[in-house]
Design a protein around this ligand. Structure first.
Ligand SMILES: Cc1ncc(COP(=O)(O)O)c(C=O)c1O
Length: 391
């Protein structure tokens, strides 16, 4: 017998035990025993995978976890949060249709919506705090309405039930990246589907790029098909990391919410801060709604407007960042560490200066993504950074 060629080596049998943690199926494709099985796989008569761009055990497992957490029939996974959103736009919209979005969405989501105009899709926006505005802008060709649970960075809270009622038969799609199923389950309040940038809290360790969606089996199958055709598919390693991250989601969200409320309160008493945006504070416009919808908190994001007293806002933010390198600038959120971001030059840099001003994004606005550090340590660090602005 000829020797086994090296390209066929490397297989082991599982034996009588199984791994305590599901393995990463790092494979492009799956060997199919014969053409009958191939036909059964395509017909959905047996469970299995054929090609990783379409599905893979780790991708399926994560999709199921997301569906269970969101309380929906099915889930789906994508290369990124934008992959999930892109898939929804490409699946549900055709030339001549209309899509309605909240005005205050993540900057790239607004860019995505406006790109659709190239394909003869009409796009309009409404104030998420006004369900009446939503209803007034519906048209016969409106295919869906898109909102975020809690808007970035000023944290206006969407009243999902009121928006569902205002949208009538038009499906409401909710980006719940900031809040996670630990704090709210939009589909249980009537939303047709929910999406997340899993690069954020679902994974929670700042080392993944992934998106997920949850909703009906029919919609998730259509999204999967689009993701496969347009190459927006997730990959096995990111799914594995996110599945691991999910195991600590309840603990992380609990601690984050507690620390964030404490820090928001502390920051609102500091003389170098002109205004703190957090729904736990009574003067926040969404305070009452947030207390009803989010009894466990609204997550780990706070925005603060520094007290400029006529000084340049961007320069002040720069001074603050240089004074506290332990609180790094990082253009993301939901890392395990506390990080800072500057909306005017990150999430909202694609808006004109006028549009930014209208959205309340000033040059002195700093966004904080609170991490898992003890509250006392964060208070000390913010204190030293903010005190350096008082001189
Ligand atoms: C609310 C929200 N939705 C979607 C996205 C896009 O996600 P991703 O960066 O995973 O593509 C982001 C990214 O910051 C986000 O904050």
């Amino acid at each position: 017998m000829a020797e086994e060629p090296v390209v066929r080596m490397g297989e082991t049998q599982a034996g009588v035990t199984r791994p305590s943690v599901a393995p990463i199926y790092q494979t492009t494709a799956f060997d199919v025993p014969d053409l009958d099985v191939l036909q059964q796989l395509y017909a959905g008569q047996v469970t299995g995978d054929i090609y990783t761009r379409d599905s893979n055990p780790g991708m399926r497992a994560l999709a199921q976890s997301i569906a269970a957490l969101e309380g929906t029939e099915a889930g789906a996974v994508f290369a990124s949060g934008m992959g999930a959103l892109g898939s929804i736009f490409l699946t549900l919209l055709s030339a001549g249709d209309h899509v309605l979005t909240a005005q205050s969405l993540y900057g790239k989501t607004l860019q995505l919506a406006s790109r659709m105009q190239r394909f003869d899709v009409a796009v309009s926006a409404f104030d998420v705090c006004s369900p009446q505005q939503l209803t007034a802008q519906l048209r016969p060709g409106t295919r869906f309405v898109l909102v975020e649970t809690v808007a970035n960075p000023l944290l206006e809270v969407a009243d999902i039930e009121a928006l569902v009622a205002a949208a009538g038969s038009v499906p409401l799609i909710v980006d719940s990246t900031f809040t996670t199923p630990e704090l709210i389950r939009p589909c249980s309040l009537g939303a047709a589907a929910v999406i997340h940038s899993a690069s954020k809290y679902l994974n929670g360790h700042g080392d993944v790029m992934l998106g997920v969606a949850a909703g009906s089996q029919q919609l998730m199958s259509r999204l999967n098909e689009t993701a496969s055709i347009f190459g927006q598919n997730a990959n096995p390693f990111e799914c594995w990391l996110t599945q691991r991250g999910l195991r600590t989601l309840p603990l992380r969200m609990q601690q984050l919410c507690r620390t964030t409320c404490g820090l928001a309160q502390y920051l609102s008493s500091h003389p170098a801060v002109q205004r703190v945006y957090h729904p736990s504070l009574p003067r926040h416009p969404s305070h009452r709604l947030a207390s009803r919808l989010y009894p466990r908190g609204t997550g780990g994001i706070i925005a603060i407007e520094l007290q400029t007293n006529g000084r340049d806002g961007m320069e002040l933010v720069n001074r603050f960042m240089r004074a506290v390198p332990q609180l790094p600038f990082s253009p993301t959120l939901a890392d395990a560490r506390t990080t800072l971001s500057y909306p005017a030059l990150t999430s909202h840099r694609f808006l004109s200066a006028e549009a930014r001003a209208e959205a309340g994004i000033s040059d002195a606005l700093l966004r904080i993504s609170v991490g898992l550090e003890p509250l006392e340590l964060l208070q000390q660090e913010f204190d030293s950074g903010l005190n350096s602005l008082l001189t």
